[in-house]
Design a protein around this ligand. Sequence first.
Ligand code: PMP
Length: 432
Amino acid sequence: MELQRSKQLYQEALDVIVGGVNSPSRSFRAVGNGTPVFMKKAQGPYFWDEDGNRYIDYLAAFGPIILGHAHPHVTAAIIETASHGVLYGTPTEKEVRLAQMLREAIPSMEQIRFVNSGTEAVMTTIRLARAYTGRNKILKFAGCYHGHSDLVLVAAGSGPSTLGIPDSAGIPPSLAQEVITVPYNDLDAFQQALDAWGDQIAGVLVEPLVGNFGIVPPAPDFLNQVKTRAHQAGALVIFDEVITGFRFHYGAIQTLFDVEPDLTALGKIMGGGLPIGAYGGSKKIMDQVAPMGPMYQAGTMAGNPLSIAAGIACLETLAQPGTYERLDEMGRTLADAIEELAKKYNITITLNRMGGAFAVYFTDQPVVNYEDAQQADGELFGQFFRLMLEEGVYLAPSKYEAWFLTTTHSDEDIQFTIRAVERSFKRMSQGK
Ligand code: PMP
């Protein structure tokens, strides 16, 4: 496979863009291949790179592109909206419509505010929990990624997981002291933290299903217990549904698991691929937010017409019958085939799947928390990643990032991918 143009562009990029990438998760450092592939265009489930190579995309831009690339309904909404101006700095009707659609799909979000990213959404829910409770500490779960604001980068997952560093420099120890991190799916550790600091905790922040060290579902009753015990301690419960929102059904995963948080953060899919985030909760809590209350949060780009229009078009498309059944069916077919092929070629994997998203860990242990996920073999993953890339299949360049199906993957794409996995596993089993 020729990657001449990517190599040239990467050299130029290194000169002007730090690390050559605008988000560390795009770097190929963790997979033992220096040059990231520079993509030129995308359509449906496919990418084409600068050298003209085609790839089937299972990255889906780390989640948002659930309808595939350049979906006609979303594209038309963006073009039509752009022709009327891209930013007003005033309220618009469509913001109201998208907020109504969100509330209908996620009833716990009684009142909503749009922001520009998942990072902003989560960051603001933390400030709001602190404003509402008058407390300072936040409890979170190891390996969950909640964006790159200071507090949540204390012992976080996704970015650091890609780079293999445990933490970020530049975070004052005084802030880090306000964050308690316990293992996911571990109620004993959670209870111990509550016993020690319960009366100081403003909010318990959790990915209700982890999408940042692969795919890790909550143990039965975990979320219910987290909520009950957090409330007993007087803390709010914040679900970070930036990955899970609209991924597994038309709405948030809180509805599937039947546990309503006090605050929800959203992003990714609900913007149809344009920059967006949203947070919301009961009117009583949201009334703390300016201009209604004392907690300040604002944004020049917040609720911008393009992101809102793309979000509405994306949700309208997702709402069509059969969408999530199809994603689930494709996810099952592909995941089952990968498990069978792993057995056939004696490659040890653990596969966790939920609907159209799954993670392949090169480990023989079940993966229920971050420590388990870290045991996955990064060397083997790197080899697999590079072989799949050669085959024309683009995976996230991290040993525990999920594969995301889109509504545009066809049965033929799935079969193509299965053949690529077979050839890759075969070569790995032969030590090539
Ligand atoms: N929360 C979760 C669960 C995420 O997966 C992410 C992004 N991967 C974020 C927050 C941050 O979102 P953004 O990158 O849009 O700032």
